[in-house]
Design a protein around this ligand. Structure first.
Ligand code: BV8
Ligand code: ZN
Length: 280
């Protein structure tokens, strides 16, 4: 895929140089180099024959709670065994160079937080906040990794895990308050996004003076509409993605590189300017 004419870490660093309130919108590609499969990339492992969009719905959970719960336990185990990549680290480092950095993520993993980002908004919820389907009370997160986790699910899990012939099923726990089934704390297709989080994200984008969009196909709404809030204010929208996406046509700069390759180079240039006493 072609870059925009002058896409390069230097051009991007220049575009960010004078900005102080940088917003970062991330998608599944942000965690790809940590070994977490993307939504629309090549399917692998245990769930290769399942379409994530068919599993990430209220109907799928109603129809087959153990199947959907096992899928989320498998994904949680992948995340618990993953480490933040250099891209996550670079975004956390950006906070030390710019006073107003906000990370708005479509991802349900905790890799931004584990890298050190302190202002992360999860538009689509989190794997680590299960709650009761019936009474909505939060349910304590139980680790899905480690031998007991893998043992309970009858297989080793994690990046490069063996793929058992059939998808195993793991019954969701029962709510300790009302006995209802516990569901993952994520936003499924057809469900509304958490209003408070959405409002904080839109306010951040109405206030930011630059937006970095990293690792999203720009397919899922309403998250995919967010870059327009920045573009229509005449502020730079900069995309980092090894492919083009639905965001690319509206981006000022599209650098076709990966999160873990591109972000550290941009932050390194900004850091050098900071060290030289220039604006960062
Ligand atoms: C809503 C949590 C209304 C769950 C997710 C018909 C029926 C119902 C709804 C709809 C419909 N038609 C349209 C809709 C709306 C629907 C939607 O947008 N559908 C799409 C598919 C057309 N949206 C919704 O349903 C939303 N809710 O509309 O509600 C409403 C309102 C009020 C009240 C009630 C209802 C809810 C959407 C949220 C769904 N939940 N996740 C879970 O994780 O299991 S979305 C899911 O997709 C993930 O969060 C993921 O992050 C997200 C978006 O995908 P991407 O992040 O972009 O990932 P993708 O794989 O697509 O792309 C990866 C990109 O990374 C690629 O571009 C690739 O090139 C790049 N990449 C790869 N490697 C790297 C890289 N980039 C950088 N570095 C790398 N190394
Ligand atoms: Zn309950």
């Amino acid at each position: 895929m072609t870059d925009t004419p002058y896409a390069s870490p230097v051009a991007i660093a220049e575009a960010l140089l004078s900005s102080t309130r940088v917003a970062v919108l991330t998608g599944a590609g942000m965690s790809a180099e940590s070994g977490i499969p993307t939504f629309r990339g090549s399917r692998n492992g245990l769930w290769a024959e399942f379409d994530p969009q068919q599993l990430a719905t209220p109907a799928a959970f109603r129809r087959d709670p153990p199947l959907v719960w096992a899928w989320y336990r498998w994904r949680t185990a992948l995340v618990e065994q993953a480490v933040p990549n250099a891209g996550h680290q670079a975004i956390a480092q950006l906070e030390r160079l710019k006073e107003g950095v906000v990370v708005i993520t479509q991802n349900v993993d905790d890799l931004h937080e584990r890298a050190g980002s302190s202002n992360v908004l999860h538009l689509h919820g989190s794997l680590f906040e299960p709650r009761c389907l019936a009474c909505a009370r939060p349910h304590p997160h139980e680790s899905a990794a480690g031998p007991e986790g893998a043992q309970r699910q009858g297989r080793t899990i994690g990046p490069g895990a063996s793929t058992p012939e059939a998808a195993l099923r793991v019954s969701p726990p029962a709510c300790t308050h009302c006995g209802g089934p516990v569901r993952p704390g994520v936003v499924w297709f057809g469900e509304g996004l958490p209003a408070a989080t959405w409002n904080r994200a839109t306010r951040a984008l109405e206030d930011c003076d630059a937006l970095l969009v990293v690792g999203t196909s720009g397919v899922v709404q309403p998250a995919a509409s967010l870059p327009r809030l920045v573009k229509q204010r005449g502020k730079p929208v900069i995309e980092i993605n090894p492919d083009t996406s639905e965001i690319t046509h509206g981006a000022d700069i599209h650098w076709n590189t990966t999160a873990a390759e591109g972000l550290p180079r941009i932050v390194e240039l900004l850091g050098a300017r900071h060290a030289a006493g220039g604006p960062t």
